[in-house]
Design a protein around this ligand. Structure first.
Ligand code: SF4
Length: 263
């Protein structure tokens, strides 16, 4: 879907929004995939052994298990396990990459500069980050020096994420950052190609969006800039969210939406 088509998305019913297709398993030559796998193995020499499926009765039980978890190499260096913030009944789930310094110190996801920007992006369409969404990360413990989590760490922590998704049962999932994109949609997809598109995953609508930290490094609001594109994406998300609320016979609690100039 090009930008022109995306703008016209506001002229049609949200239910008519086309879903993008994920790359199929045959989308790349087999030799390339084997090379990729070898590279991954070299990068991540630790034993990549995903935990068996975890099942919790509720989010409190999940939180307690995660807070005592020692399953991957991130455990010894963390200050806090960063499990969640927001509304556990939310219809929108936002999945980031991993906790940073502020998150590690506070035990809450997306509370540093990136988190503050995420709050503003959501507020620009009158979505409250504590009332209307549930926020978590792909891995729950901070990687040293804010490096990206390894495949081992991501795989080991994934059962917690999958359980969060099952227990929250969101209808919309927003993916920010390469790690969450890969963890949920599977393939290594370029964010500039997939952002703003709806994908269907496990009966839910999933949209990749730019990570707020990327927007902090790209301050332009010119048409076509990452910030401008994010403004289009979040309006698309809001339209879908309102449709879902309407279908459920619920109303959105209006507050004062910020302007896109505010983020
Ligand atoms: S990152 Fe996840 S798997 Fe690793 S120690 Fe923390 S909670 Fe456990």
């Amino acid at each position: 879907m090009n930008e022109k088509e995306q703008m016209s998305i506001f002229d049609i019913a949200p239910s008519e929004i086309p879903l993008a297709e994920l790359p199929t398993a045959t989308s790349r030559p087999r030799k390339d995939k084997q090379k990729d796998k070898q590279k991954d193995k070299q990068k991540d020499k630790q034993v990549a052994a995903p935990l068996p499926t975890l099942q919790f009765d509720n989010l409190d039980a999940l939180r307690e298990a995660a807070c005592n978890c020692q399953k991957c190499p991130l455990a010894p260096t963390r200050t806090n396990v960063v499990v969640e913030r927001g509304d556990r009944q939310a219809k929108i789930l936002i999945i980031g990459e991993a906790p940073g310094e502020q998150e590690d110190l506070t035990g809450l996801p997306f509370v540093g500069k990136s988190g503050q920007l995420l709050d503003k992006i959501l507020a620009s369409v009158d979505i409250d980050s504590n009332r209307d969404v549930y926020i978590c990360n792909t891995v729950k413990c901070r990687p040293p020096n804010n490096r990206p989590p390894t495949e081992t760490e991501t795989n080991t922590c994934k059962p917690y994420l999958l359980e969060q998704i099952r227990l929250i049962n969101p209808q919309i999932i927003l993916l920010t950052g390469a790690t969450s994109l890969k963890s949920i949609l599977g393939e290594k997809l370029g964010i500039t190609k997939v952002r703003g598109k709806w994908y269907e995953w496990e009966g839910r609508l999933v949209m990749p969006i730019f990570h707020p930290s990327y927007l902090l490094r790209n301050q332009s609001r010119e048409e076509g800039s990452p910030k401008w594109l994010t403004w289009q994406d979040i309006k698309t998300v809001k339209a879908k969210y309102l449709e879902i609320l309407q279908n459920a016979g619920e109303q959105h609690n209006q507050t004062n939406a910020l302007d896109d100039e505010d983020f």
